[in-house]
Design a binder for this molecule. Structure first.
Ligand SMILES: [Zn+2]
Length: 84
């Protein structure tokens, strides 16, 4: 099943696309425009912000990267996945 992109419910200006963290294999969903990050596809809806990655919330990509042991700008540790 191909992964899908979702229109960002937070900034309403970009697509939320799946991104894999290379070191863990975890797939998260990141807004290409403003980098809001959700832990799962079901969570992509207007939700409260959290400084740390948390189910039912969004955080920002650099917070997630730090939680995953990456530097805040270590984008080489991420793979932006193909979507339909
Ligand atoms: Zn957004």
């Amino acid at each position: 099943m191909a992964l899908k992109k979702h229109w960002c419910p937070n900034c309403d200006q970009g697509w939320v696309v799946p991104v894999r963290i290379k070191s863990t294999g975890q797939i998260v969903y990141v807004c290409e425009e403003s980098e809001e990050t959700w832990l799962s596809e079901e969570d992509i809806r207007p939700s409260p912000w959290s400084e740390v990655p948390k189910q039912g919330h969004y955080c920002y990509l650099n917070n997630l990267m730090e939680a995953a042991g990456l530097g805040a700008t270590e984008y080489a540790g991420l793979v932006w996945l193909e979507v339909e």
